[in-house]
Design a protein around this ligand. Structure first.
Ligand code: ATP
Length: 214
């Protein structure tokens, strides 16, 4: 089985997340994409962070009517900060070798990987798909970043794929530009503006019921 892993703070999940993962699922023919909210995002100390349980519930509500998506509480079960390499290892152990996992990263997350715990092990563990917003990508910043911060020896093949003889490929995928962010949603709620159309209706109802982000 070919499966995508997509982690995020999802504070809250929004239609931007849903748009890109549906695009990536179709484009790479994933059978499933697993979304896993971070319990304690090590990189986003955030004063307006909804509880992990609430963020998980919102993800569940958001994907409920979509085919081929799952949500996992794997990072909520672990104690301490959530490191992606530990999460990947755990998924591999749980699902076994017949599941071919790919890690989906937003370009901001990808360029942030040098600050992650043992990030280099990620590229030795599974293929990575970097979701780059917009239609065209200048590959030069990716090439120099990969060379400097991921590993020497990656070569750009056609189709925006960097290949290596020991490590897994890194694919740069142009995803539709959807200008929505969780920050924008939280700010809108704080200033009393509507978030209709930015999150699925069931998520909007949940946010209202629980009075989140006020
Ligand atoms: P915040 O505004 O709180 O920083 P966010 O909207 O970026 O949050 P995250 O949960 O941190 O949401 O996102 C997980 C990943 O999804 C990130 O790597 C981010 O780049 C990507 N992402 C979020 N929104 C979009 C979007 N509209 N289009 C493409 N990628 C997105």
């Amino acid at each position: 089985m070919k499966a995508g892993l997509f982690g995020g703070t999802f504070n809250p999940i929004h239609n931007g997340h849903l748009g890109i993962i549906q695009y990536v699922k179709a484009h790479y023919a994933f059978e499933t994409i697993i979304l896993y909210p971070s319990a304690l995002p090590p990189h986003k100390p955030n004063l307006n962070l909804a509880s992990a349980r609430d963020r998980l519930t919102m993800v569940k509500r958001a994907i409920k009517n979509l085919n081929g998506f799952q949500v996992s509480d794997i990072e909520l079960q672990r104690k301490g900060p959530s490191f992606t390499i530990d999460t990947i290892s755990q998924f591999k152990t749980i699902f076994g070798s017949h599941t071919r996992f790919h890690l989906l990263l937003g370009s901001d997350a990808f360029f942030d990987t040098p600050s992650w715990k043992q990030a280099n092990r990620i590229f030795g563990a599974l293929p990575v798909i970097v979701m780059q917003r917009g239609e065209k990508t200048d590959m030069e910043p990716y090439a120099s970043f990969i060379d400097e911060h991921v590993s020497k020896g990656y070569k750009l093949k056609s189709d925006n794929i960097f290949v290596h003889d020991r490590l897994f490929p890194i694919r740069i995928c142009n995803v539709p530009r959807i200008d929505i962010s969780s920050t924008q949603i939280r700010n809108r709620i704080k200033s009393g503006k509507s978030i209709s159309g930015l999150v699925p209706e069931d998520v909007e109802t949940f946010i209202k019921t629980k009075d989140l982000y006020k």
